[in-house]
Structure formats: structure tokens, C-alpha cells
Write a protein that binds this ligand. Structure first.
Ligand SMILES: [Fe+2]
Length: 395
């Protein structure tokens, strides 16, 4: 695998947004509006995207998609209805099947929220007919099948999509959930790569550092003072956390060293994997980049159940872990692999069970991106700092 670093982002999103906003107010061209919409969405300012685009008379396909996403983020019924309308306009403006599929997946999401299951199913099936690799459509249609107890139909769907070349975390995750719903727990675990494709081992200090403790201290200092620190991001699984997206910067040498260490360790771990009989392993990308972010919690912060939709392999490195977690015996502050009840069903999730990973400073955990996981709040009042990453395929 050719695995590269993500480009370093020197300017924090807020500063870049201020520049783009000034450029748009001076010169309100379509190109500047497009940049502004992109930055506003990145900065979770969906209300401003709505007011900016609602007034615009000359909306493009990308504008209508952004408007639909911004209305969905409003999280109310009227917003969902306006999202259906924007997605419909996007569909009429789409120039190719992938774009049509994107618009239909947005329609399907909004219709499902409005309780129009039949309409949602039709839109999502149409989205997948146009683009079998559409991750969002796969996720939403899988949720409908699971809610109707149709695990068999979901396995058939994923088989069909896989036969058409789709191989992504939503598809593999859907198979795990379908097997759990059907009571095939051994098969659900095998598809989740548990335990063969999970690993948890301590990292040695990177070149230039003799001691992992001193390295973690330097990392913690660089992350806690990071200019891009922000609160929860909309659409992520984080609750009551602080996050730094893309933390690597020229003025953060320990973070850069950690990224180098993670890259080297990922290559070692992939070389150790036993291919077994795994569609996930077969989907190992030839070209990928390492996406990184940092999550900081100090009390009631946690991550709800999620998979990493855009990743193939994911993981976490623990920079700072309060002793009550690393030496504790409860689940507080731990990482847990298991399944969400709302998708796997109460019985399926309970029988599948939870596997806890107890964070330790210096520990690096890797797992297939489609393995469902969550974290528990720790209520210690001390900082728990983790550095998360995805190996993301480059198409
Ligand atoms: Fe995660």
C-alpha cells in the first residue's frame, strides 16, 4: 500500500473562514460563494449556509446539495421537508449518475426522517442502482431493512452491491449488523474482523525521542495549545468533547513525529495480517492517505456508537490517560467494540456483547473501519487525550 500523510493545514478553519467571508463581501462571485459555503459547512455554520443560499437565485447542483445538507442539520420536520425539496432540485440539475445518486441519497435520508419509509426506500434503491458504491444510501437503506427485521434482505443487498464492486465501511458494517439481527453471532464477529484484524500494542518512542513518557508530554502540550481546537463537530459521534481536525502542522514537531510513527506501524501491522477469508482484507486499498484528528475529554465527554465511513483501517493512539482509567476496573473512559441496539436489535446487541479496550498512555489500537465502537465518559475532571486516524482509500 502507498500510504501518504494528509496535507498539513496551517490556517485554522475560523481564520480561513474570515478571509473567505471578506473576499465574498468584496466580490460576491459564484466562485467566492462556493468557497464560503464549503467553509461554513466545515465550521458547522449551517444556519448561515441556509440564509446565504435561500436568497440565491442561481443555485447550482452543489449549492442545492449543500442547502439540503444544511436543512437536514436543522434537525426539525420543516427543515427535513425543505431538504427533500432541495434534493429534488439537485436531482434535476445533476449531470451524471454519481451526482444523481448523491441527490437521491439525500432525499432518502430526509424522507426517512419524515416517516415516509416507502418513499425513502424507493429513493435509496434508485441511488444504489445509479451508484452501487454510494455509502450514504447503503447506510440508510440498511437501517430501514434492519428496522423491519429483514436481515436476509440486507445480506442479499450487500452481496449484490459487493458483486458490483462496492467495498466500503458502510457495506461491511451492514453485514455485521445483519448477521447479528439473524442471530449468526460467530459470522457477525468474523465480518467485524474480531479478533483477527484488531490489534492493541504499545508504540516505541519515535526517532529522536528516548522516552515514551517525555514524548507523550510533548504531544499533550502541542495538542492542548493547538490553534485549531474546537468543540464537537456536527455529524461526528463526539459528545461534549474538544477536537482538533488535522492536527499536524509545521510548528507541532511531536505531532509530526507521531504521524510518522503511526504510518510505519500501520505498514507493519498490515504485513502481519492473515488474509483469511475476508472481503474487508481483499478491499485493502493500493493508494491511501492517513486522516488524523484529536479528541479531548475531561469529564462527561464520550463517542456514541459509530463506524468510520471513509476509512479502511482505523485506530487510535493514547497520548494522555488519567490513572483512574488506565488502572481502573470499570468501563469509565474505555473504548468498547460491540453493536448499537437500535440497528442490531436489543437481543442481537446483547448477545454480541462488548469488548473493552482499556486505554494506556502509549498504546496504539487498530481495527477495521467498519467495526462498531464507542467510548464511555470518565468523569475524572482530568484530560483524556487520544489521537485518532483513518487509512482512507484514494480513488
Ligand atoms: Fe471512532
Amino acid at each position: 500500500m502507498s500510504l501518504t500523510r494528509e496535507p498539513e493545514k496551517v490556517m485554522p478553519t475560523g481564520d480561513e473562514l474570515a478571509l473567505v467571508r471578506t473576499a465574498f463581501s468584496r466580490s460576491p462571485t459564484l466562485a467566492n460563494r462556493k468557497r464560503l459555503v464549503r467553509m461554513l459547512l466545515l465550521d458547522d455554520q449551517q444556519d448561515q449556509v441556509r440564509s446565504l443560499l435561500d436568497e440565491a437565485a442561481d443555485r447550482s447542483f452543489a449549492d442545492e446539495v449543500a442547502l439540503a445538507a444544511a436543512w437536514l442539520a436543522a434537525e426539525h420536520e420543516h427543515g427535513d421537508k425543505l431538504a427533500v425539496a432541495a434534493a429534488g432540485r439537485a436531482l434535476s440539475l445533476a449531470q451524471d449518475d454519481q451526482a444523481r445518486s448523491e441527490a437521491l441519497a439525500l432525499s432518502g435520508k430526509a424522507m426517512a426522517r419524515l416517516g415516509d419509509r416507502k418513499g425513502a426506500r424507493a429513493a435509496l434503491e434508485a441511488a444504489l442502482a445509479l451508484d452501487p458504491a454510494n455509502k450514504d444510501a447503503c447506510k440508510r437503506l440498511a437501517a430501514i431493512e434492519l428496522s423491519e427485521g429483514r436481515g436476509d434482505a440486507l445480506l442479499q443487498l450487500t452481496d449484490r452491491l459487493g458483486g458490483l464492486g462496492a467495498a466500503h465501511a458502510r457495506l461491511f458494517g451492514a453485514r455485521v449488523l445483519a448477521h447479528a439481527r439473524l442471530g449468526n453471532l460467530a459470522e457477525a464477529k468474523r465480518e467485524a474482523g474480531d479478533p483477527h484484524f484488531h490489534s492493541a500494542r504499545e508504540l516505541p518512542p519515535p526517532p529522536g525521542w528516548d522516552d515514551i513518557g517525555a514524548f507523550n508530554d510533548a504531544l499533550a502540550a502541542e495538542l492542548l495549545t493547538h490553534p485549531a481546537m474546537r468543540n464537537d463537530r456536527y455529524g461526528s459521534a463526539s459528545n461534549f468533547t474538544q477536537r482538533v481536525e488535522a492536527p499536524s502542522r509545521p510548528d507541532r514537531p511531536a505531532v509530526r513525529a507521531l504521524v510518522g510513527q503511526i504510518l510505519a506501524t500501520i505498514h507493519e501491522r498490515i504485513a502481519e495480517l492473515d488474509p483469511a477469508d475476508s472481503d474487508w482484507f481483499d478491499a485493502c486499498p493500493e493508494r491511501a492517505f492517513l486522516r488524523t484528528w484529536c479528541v479531548i475529554t475531561d469529564s462527561d465527554g464520550f463517542e456514541g456508537w459509530h463506524v468510520h465511513q471513509f476509512g479502511w483501517l482505523s485506530g487510535v493512539y493514547y497520548v494522555r490517560v488519567p490513572e483512574s482509567i488506565s488502572r481502573g476496573n470499570s468501563n469509565a473512559g474505555c473504548l468498547a467494540f460491540g453493536l448499537p441496539e437500535d440497528l442490531a436489535g436489543r437481543e442481537g446487541a446483547k448477545r454480541y456483547g462488548e469488548k473493552l479496550v482499556r486505554p494506556q498512555e502509549g498504546l496504539m489500537v487498530t481495527f477495521p473501519s467498519h467495526a462498531y465502537h464507542r467510548t464511555y465518559p470518565h468523569e475524572t475532571g482530568e484530560k483524556r487525550i487520544c489521537f485518532a486516524f483513518d487509512v482512507r482509500p484514494l480513488d
